[in-house]
Design a protein around this ligand. Sequence first.
Ligand code: ADP
Length: 320
Amino acid sequence: MSASSSTAQETSELVIDVEGLTKSFDGKKVVDNVDMQVAKGEIYGFLGPNGSGKTTTIRLLCGLLTPDAGHGTCLGYDILSESPRIKLEVGYMTQKFSLYEDLSIRENLDFIARIYQLDNRRDAVDATIEKLNLKARADQLAGTLSGGWKQRLALASCIMHKPKLLLLDEPTAGVDPKARREFWDEIHELADGGLTVLVSTHYMDEAERCHKICYLAYGHLLARGTADEVIAQSGLQTWTVAGHSQQRIHRLARELTRRNGVDIVAPFGTILHVSGTNGEALARAVAPYQSEQGLTWKKDAPTLEDVFILMMKKTPDNFQ
Ligand code: ADP
């Protein structure tokens, strides 16, 4: 495994260390030769289009699925032979709310505490309610909670047994921005306490809050590292252009998309990001427009979103 080249100290700090993970369904490879290393206390973001194999990878890591090929460890346990141990020390929050809607927050947590056979069940439930600020609605039926509260309850149910690794599968899908932000504050607090978090998301602001990210496209891992490293590895260069007239900006987007050297044109509000991997060709493509009155051009650093749009564009969707 790749960690064999690391020092013993580094290796012991790896909570996830897998190599060559591969999984097919019905003859279709949905996870293809994926390597992943996640260090203790890290918040590791998992990005990529729908159907790219993120959920499948998460399930391979925690022993819910067996890979067709590949090997490695999760929490120091072999993913092939020690999956029962892994399951006990992992908290897995699935995409779908899977708690009882006709039980209250407290009753749901008590139920989970029974499943894990926790000592001092009542104390564990109270402490979790306190920790995730669920007290105000502790006796409310889960089915009547808003999306943000449901998701906090789901998180509470995953951490009550004090896992060492949290696997969160699109935990904030459909949750309002304030609740999303609070959820991420909570994730950071948990990571500060030593918990390792692997979280899949489609939101760029969330990707930027991860210590490291990786991008999976149709089973293939295309990039990984810190946000800055992923941006640098892309080799993308970007010009931004702002204009007085919205209509002109819309037309400009259409014109630039057709020019050689321009790989992507992405609107961000009233500003266009015009990017390409060949800096000279890109400069030639935008040059005729730079003297146009009413347009303000600036050479800028690409954002993570620019980079992901490029990756998505370059990856053939082999499942359609
Ligand atoms: P993501 O989480 O990135 O959206 P998934 O891992 O859920 O991707 O799915 C990857 C691909 O594998 C999809 O095409 C999906 O339909 C397929 N898939 C996932 N689970 C199964 C399964 N149990 N049986 C058959 N196909 C599956």
